[in-house]
Write a protein that binds this ligand. Structure first.
Ligand code: ATP
Ligand code: ZN
Length: 296
C-alpha cells in the first residue's frame, strides 16, 4: 500500500487525551514508532498512521478529509465543527470511556446564581463561544460572551468578566480561583469520529477492522464481572439493579436454601452507588472483577 492508501488517525499530540488515545490504539494491536517531535507516526504492523496534532485541529482535519478517524473531546468537536461545500460532516463512531468533563458556568462566590436569567447583560468569559452561544440562545438569554483562548478562570479576578464558562472535571481549578460551579452547559467525553468511509477495497476493510477493534476494547473496558451472594427472595430486585447485564447465572450455595450465588457480566460501569444498592437489598460478598476479553 502506498501512503494514500493508509488510514490516518488524528490524535492529540500532547495533552489530556494523548496517553489514553495512544494506549487505546496499542490495545487494538497497532504498533508504531514514535519519535520525540513527530507529526506522523507510521504504523508498523497495519496500514494505519497517526497524525499527532492539537486537539482543536482534529475537527477540520476530518472535515477536509486529511484524516479518516480522529480521537477528540465532544466539546472540541462541537465548538470547532466546520461545515461547507466539499467538506465532510464527521460522524461519531464510538464514545471512548475517557476524557469525561463538563463545560460549566462558574461564578465568583458572591454572585448569587439561581438560573440562566441571572446572566442577562453579564460578561461571560469562555473558550467555547459557539457552544455557550447556542446554550444561551436556547435559554433566551442575551449576555456578552468574551472569548479567551486560555486562563479563563482568572478573568473574573482581572475584571474581564462576571462569570466564566469552562471545562471542569474535579472542580479543583474552580475552587483554587474562588469560583463556584453554577450550571452545566454540556457533558463531554472523548469520542472516536470518522470522516467519509472509504468506498471498498483494502482501505475500507482496514477501517472496519480498526473501528470494530476499538469498539471491542471500549466494550470490554466498561464490562465488569460481578459475583455476589443474595437472598433467594431478593433475586428479582438484584437482577434489576445489575447495570446492563444479561440473564445472570444463579448458583445454589452448599447448605443454604435461603441464599444463592449470582454471577453476571455487566456492560456498564459499576459504580459504588450500585454496590451500595445491592447491599441494601441483602447482597453480601460482592466482588467486581475486570473482564479481559469477550467474544459476543
Ligand atoms: P492542545 O494543545 O491540543 O490544544 P488543550 O490545552 O486544548 O490542548 P487539554 O487541556 O489537553 O487541551 O484537554 C483536551 C481535552 O481533554 C479537552 O478538550 C476535554 O475534552 C478533555 N478534558 C477532560 N477533563 C478536562 C479538564 N478538567 N479540563 C480540560 N479538559 C478536559
Ligand atoms: Zn486545544
Amino acid at each position: 500500500m502506498d501512503t494514500q492508501d493508509r488510514i490516518k488517525v488524528a490524535v492529540q499530540k500532547s495533552g489530556r487525551l494523548t496517553e489514553n488515545s495512544l494506549a487505546l490504539l496499542r490495545t487494538c494491536g497497532l504498533s508504531y514508532s514514535r519519535g520525540t517531535d513527530q507529526l506522523i507516526c507510521f504504523g508498523e504492523n497495519m496500514p494505519v498512521d497517526l497524525l499527532l496534532v492539537r486537539d482543536d485541529d482534529i475537527p477540520s482535519l476530518l472535515a477536509e478529509g486529511v484524516c479518516d478517524l480522529g480521537i477528540v473531546g465532544l466539546n472540541v468537536m462541537l465548538e470547532k465543527a466546520v461545515d461547507g461545500p466539499g467538506l465532510v460532516r464527521p460522524r461519531e463512531v464510538a464514545s471512548l470511556g475517557f476524557g469525561q468533563c463538563r463545560l460549566s458556568l462558574a461564578a465568583p462566590r458572591d454572585f448569587e446564581y439561581r438560573n440562566a436569567a441571572d446572566l442577562c447583560g453579564r460578561r461571560i468569559a469562555t473558550s467555547y463561544p459557539r457552544v455557550l452561544g447556542a446554550w444561551l440562545a436556547e435559554k433566551g438569554v442575551s449576555a456578552d460572551v468574551v472569548t479567551l483562548s486560555g486562563a479563563v478562570e482568572i478573568a473574573p479576578r482581572l475584571g474581564r468578566a462576571d462569570v466564566i464558562c469552562d471545562l471542569v472535571s474535579t472542580g479543583s481549578t474552580l475552587a483554587a480561583n474562588d469560583l463556584v460551579e453554577a450550571e452545566v452547559v454540556m457533558e463531554s467525553r472523548a469520542v472516536l469520529m470518522a470522516g467519509d468511509p472509504p468506498e471498498t477495497g483494502a482501505r475500507a476493510d482496514w477501517m472496519d477492522r480498526l473501528i470494530s477493534r476499538i469498539e471491542g476494547v471500549v466494550r470490554v473496558r466498561e464490562s465488569k464481572y460481578i459475583m455476589l451472594h443474595a437472598p433467594r427472595s431478593q433475586l428479582d430486585e438484584i437482577r434489576r439493579l445489575l447495570p446492563g447485564s444479561e440473564a445472570p447465572t444463579v448458583i445454589p450455595l452448599e447448605g443454604r436454601d435461603d441464599k444463592v450465588a449470582v454471577h453476571a457480566v455487566c456492560r456498564e460501569n459499576v459504580f459504588w452507588e450500585t454496590l451500595e444498592g445491592l447491599k441494601a437489598v441483602g447482597a453480601s460478598s460482592v466482588l467486581v472483577l475486570p473482564v479481559e476479553k469477550m467474544l459476543a
